[in-house]
Design a protein around this ligand. Structure first.
Ligand code: ZN
Length: 115
């Protein structure tokens, strides 16, 4: 299935191909602040529809994950593995997807416990 997503202002728009069967409420120091619900997909399944210049990047700790955000409205639509990593994954914030009933998506914490 093809999902469409965007930040609040629309400067960051994207499509994701895959089956959304669950998400993770990550408890790392940044995700717990943002409240993002993350869906892990191969990076190739994520297609950006806008120029990448509008998207900011935040990294911390060992800098293996690039936390992306819209420079205009500050929304955090996704993160992705750093380009230095061979097989890259993207971590889609399903709160930014269109037409997804969040209550119907099973959410687990980082340790696999249902929430
Ligand atoms: Zn925006």
């Amino acid at each position: 299935m093809l999902y469409k997503g965007s930040c609040h202002c629309g400067k960051t728009a994207f499509e994701v191909e895959g089956e959304l069967t669950g998400a993770v409420a990550c408890n790392c120091s940044i995700c717990s602040r943002k409240g993002a619900l993350l869906w892990c997909v191969p990076r190739d399944a994520l297609r950006l529809l806008n120029p990448e210049e509008g998207i900011g990047t935040y990294t911390f700790n060992n800098h293996v994950i690039e936390h992306r955000f819209c420079r205009a409205c500050g929304t955090h639509p996704y993160a992705e593995d750093a380009k230095s990593k061979g097989e890259r994954m993207a971590y889609i914030n399903i709160r930014c997807l269109e037409g997804v009933d969040l209550a119907s998506v099973p959410v687990q914490d980082f340790d696999g416990r249902s929430m």
